[in-house]
Design a protein around this ligand. Structure first.
Ligand code: ADP
Length: 217
């Protein structure tokens, strides 16, 4: 369902963040991307979500060439993806409920159904009782669960997370990983960049490693 065909990415003025990457990710898979800092993990995830475009090769998601999308096709792609990215932090001046509502507002979802979905997503991550709270009144683990609720509120078939358990203490990290594994068990394709591989490796994860922009075989 996701294919990288000889993909490279060079940022303006930079060196190759990715070079010659070919990778097939199957529907329902749990894929762990490993590699040192700077290896290209975030870049690979951003290419799937069309947050960056490849400078060589092709990335396809459900048959769509995501490096060459027409603007009208981007909402279609985004609806099938849930993103937990490092730079997409919660808005600190809005409640947890309003943060989780954002993706539905962006896609123009009917408000009444949107509200139901937000409640369902918050319940799914165990945060119903914090719906009206502001992000900074919650623990790090709870804030990360809110970010996950925001990522799943559109009921995506693919969930992408960039270091979702970095900066969390081990108990919170285990809790977040269990939540991700539950989504995967329910059929969601899960792609994670993480240094905490052991949270997933006993559960049938496929591990691929990047080093200086290249996939190690
Ligand atoms: P990782 O997620 O494995 O730490 P990244 O994909 O963030 O790796 O980065 C890969 C390489 O690309 C690094 O050398 C990084 O400095 C560079 N890079 C990442 N984003 C940008 C950007 N927006 N502009 C220029 N260089 C970038």
């Amino acid at each position: 369902m996701i294919q990288f065909d000889n993909v490279s990415k060079r940022y303006p003025g930079g060196h190759d963040a990715l070079a010659g990457v070919s990778l097939d990710i199957r529907h329902g898979e749990l894929l762990v991307l490993a590699g040192h800092s700077g290896a290209g993990k975030s870049t690979l995830l951003k290419l799937i979500a069309a947050l960056e475009s490849p400078t060589g090769g092709r990335v396809t998601v459900n048959g769509l060439d995501v490096g060459r999308l027409k603007p009208s096709q981007i909402p279609y792609l985004r609806r099938s993806l849930g993103l937990v990215m490092q730079e997409h932090r919660l808005l600190l001046d809005r409640s947890i409920f309003d943060n989780v509502m954002l993706p539905l507002q962006v896609t123009g979802h009917p408000p009444k159904d949107a509200s139901k979905r937000v409640h369902a997503a918050l319940e799914r991550v165990g945060l119903s009782h914090h719906a009206r709270a502001l992000p900074l009144t919650l623990s790090g683990g709870e804030q990360q669960r809110a970010a996950i609720a925001r990522a799943i509120v559109n009921r995506p078939s693919i969930l992408i997370a960039d270091e979702p358990t970095a900066h969390l203490d081990p108990a919170y990290a285990r809790e977040i990983a269990a939540l991700f594994r539950d989504f995967n068990a329910a059929g969601v394709t899960l792609i994670l960049a993480t240094h905490d591989e052991t949270l997933y490796s006993p559960y049938g994860a496929r591990r691929v490693e990047l080093a200086q922009g290249r996939l190690l075989q």
